[in-house]
Write a protein that binds this ligand. Sequence first.
Ligand SMILES: *Cc1c(COP(=O)(O)O)cnc(C)c1O
Length: 371
Amino acid sequence: MKESSPASHQQQRKDSVDAPRSRLARLTVNHAAIVENWRFFKQRAPSAAVSAVVKADSYGLGSVGASRALAQAGARVFFTATFGEALLVRKALGEGPQIFVLNGPSEEDAEQYAAPKLTPILNSLAQIKLWNARGPAGLHIDTGMNRLGIGPEELAQAAVALKGAALALVMSHLACASDVKSEMNAVQLRRFVDAATLFPKALRSLASTGGVLIGPDYHFDLVRPGIGLYGSGGLDADNPPLAAAATVEAPIVQVRDVEQGETFGYGATFTAPQKMRSATVAIGYADGYLRSLSGRGYGFLGGARPPILGRVSMDLIIIDVTGCAEAQPGAMVEFLGPNVRLDDLAALAGTAPYEILTTFAGTVRKTGARA
Ligand SMILES: *Cc1c(COP(=O)(O)O)cnc(C)c1O
């Protein structure tokens, strides 16, 4: 790898002004990987339509690019959380694909669904009333999550209120989908099947990423993978790893030879057990590299997995590059991607892959798709 100073990195970006671009860490989205993962779900749920959940800007990876790539590959149904997100996706996709808004209509936006042909998910009796059958909608039935949806005691009332309305979909959401063995899954499945009999004409949808992997009983007419499209899941023996949709890299700014007994970083939490070579890298918690990865995370460089030494600081981390010839100033170190798996990183950070992606996305610079 050619040597380059941090200054020259800044130089290359002198035309860019927004905050993420002023940083040296960068996030690259691989749209081909997102499509590959979507096809994996098609394979796993051959009897169902496979939608794409693109809420929160496609989990931080950019809903415009992801939606376009998925639509091009044949995705016809998309889910966003908010009305505003759905507008963005409609603009990106043009007419055709169906776009559901999971949060459902509000007083402010209910009138505005028609023109861009967006479809709300109705989550309460109040939303059913507000929507007032002004167009096709989906219905969310709560089967145990107690977050959104019509509860069991309101079902009969909802069925009456929706009589004659165009119901495109009845759906529910699993609380424990990522745990195949959880008894909660079967409980929710049973409740969903029972409740859905009240709406016999509507398509049925229950499974998010985890639900698809639980098995065909959970697939119904439409499945709703989100995080799986972006590379989480499938790390057990039965499932191949999904493709990494995001790569986060940052350049080395300095390499040091350190004597035995020296300590590294804030709090001096790591002491060199012997002579070591360390590299200081331009990524920190200000870039979304979580501080909880202090002493736990690792990078990938030249086929090695250099561990983090001591604490993650705001703009910098220190890694152990002893014996790694590739460790030179300017060399890019991977911190998430094909070699540093999303689920692995989440486990090390003590959080969920969802939070890893969305935390990076707000801070590190996004670069164009790598096909
Ligand atoms: C976020 C969400 C999904 C997607 O879940 P993943 O675990 O990311 O696959 C599906 N359905 C609903 C209602 C959701 O809120």
